[in-house]
Design a protein around this ligand. Structure first.
Ligand SMILES: *Cc1c(COP(=O)(O)O)cnc(C)c1O
Length: 394
């Protein structure tokens, strides 16, 4: 019952992954232990051979972490979850598992910066080849596939352009070539989008964002659509040692239980703020999947259960206006990240992407006046009042 896949989302976010605790604990206890006692030498041998599914050592498995893995895999409609120490650990584990020397990845050109940075600075040293193209246009991906391509990777909506890639079309293309489609679903969380339902083979999450949701933990998760991929990726995580800690798992699981409530609330504010910004004289344009002006509005409606909480907008005043806006918000926090209960704002051109060349910025859709806003769960009137006074100064 508890792990049934046909219960409603809110029921599953509370109960999926639970096991019957011998003491009747209402929540999953924290098994804060590095190792587990065997009942006998034979039992130890059976645990290692897999005949007995008893726990051995926390890097290899732990009841608190398992409960979270089962819960998130359930919400994503996947086969299994592999928890990691961070979102980047989830991404690099998937790279390590599915790429290799001489192999090639086709990836989105507008994605979470370090997911590309680690490819260009680290994986390239081990002979991995890459192509970064705009995956919102499937033809770019089709043209970039080589005989040695072993993975297509995308993020939708993408960071920070809010471009939407067609998951069904990408999955079909990947499967024509017998290669997996990997999707970073951080911006949506399983409440708004489940890539596996559209044919994706692997989903990665920075649970630091919506799933934990309280800006107090860094964590990641890999969800595979099938057993085969699970068996390829899980040992890589175990052996590389980028596992989650039981206390971290407990905290994320606590956050998960209110995921849908938080996203619904922040999303309704995002819609109102996007409309407010679209009518603001200092704003050149707004990109939000809930606005008809979004270039992939129809695709977003088909693929996502809601437009989300991430808004990008361009200030007419460019770099200077962007900085002024950052320096004048009072309630909205000037900080990177997203998906927490507090609203956050950042200006990529002067902050996250300030060291990148102007040309590369433009390629990734980062213009001088681009602002990224992640709504939290505060009262929307207060958020608009704050934006209003700060925009006056921008
Ligand atoms: C934050 C983020 C990551 C990286 O996650 P960490 O938990 O910070 O390692 C990856 N992808 C996206 C879309 C993110 O927003």
């Amino acid at each position: 019952m508890k792990n049934a896949k046909d219960l409603g989302f809110f029921t599953r976010q509370v109960h999926a992954g639970e096991f019957d605790d011998p003491n009747g604990s209402a929540t999953i206890p924290i098994y804060q232990t590095s190792t587990f006692r065997f009942k006998s030498a034979d039992h130890g041998a059976a645990c290692f051979s897999g005949e007995d599914n008893g726990y051995i050592y926390t890097r290899l498995g732990n009841p608190t972490i398992d409960a979270l893995e089962k819960a998130v895999a359930n919400l994503e409609h996947g086969y299994g979850g592999i928890a990691t120490s961070s979102g980047m650990a989830a991404i690099t584990t998937v790279y390590l598992a599915l790429l290799g020397s001489g192999k090639h990845i086709v990836s989105h050109n507008a994605l979470y910066g370090p997911a590309r940075g680690v490819m260009e600075t680290v994986f390239s040293r081990f002979g991995v080849k890459y192509s970064y193209v705009d995956t919102t246009n499937i033809e770019n991906v089709r043209k970039a596939i080589l005989p040695e391509t072993t993975m297509i990777y995308t993020e939708t909506p993408a960071n920070p352009t809010i471009g939407i890639s067609d998951l069904k079309a990408l999955a079909e293309l990947a499967h024509e070539h017998n290669i997996p489609l990997v999707v970073d679903n951080t911006f949506c969380s399983p409440f708004l989008q489940r890539p596996i339902e559209h044919g994706a083979d692997v989903v990665v999450h920075s649970m630091t964002k919506f799933i934990n949701g309280h800006a107090d933990i860094v964590a990641g998760m890999i969800i595979t659509a099938n057993e085969k991929l699970f068996k390829i990726i899980e040992p890589v995580m175990n052996n590389m040692g980028c596992n989650m800690d039981p206390h971290q798992a407990y905290m994320v699981h606590r956050g998960l239980k209110t995921l849908g409530l938080r996203v619904e609330r922040a999303q309704s504010s995002a819609m109102k703020i996007a409309e407010y910004l679209e009518n603001h004289p200092k704003v050149a344009w707004v990109k939000y999947p809930g606005l008809k002006s979004h270039p992939q509005y129809d695709l977003a409606k088909r693929q996502m259960d809601g437009p989300g909480t991430m808004i990008s907008f361009e200030l007419k005043g460019g770099l200077d206006a962007g900085k002024k806006l950052m320096d004048n918000v009072k309630l909205i926090l000037l900080a990177v990240s997203l998906g927490g209960v507090e609203s956050l704002i950042q200006h990529p051109a002067s902050m996250t992407h300030s060291k990148i060349s102007h040309e590369k910025k433009l390629q990734a859709g980062i213009t001088d006046g681009l602002v990224r806003l992640a709504t939290g769960i505060e009262n929307v009137e207060d958020l608009i009042t704050d934006l209003d006074q700060a925009l006056q100064k921008a």
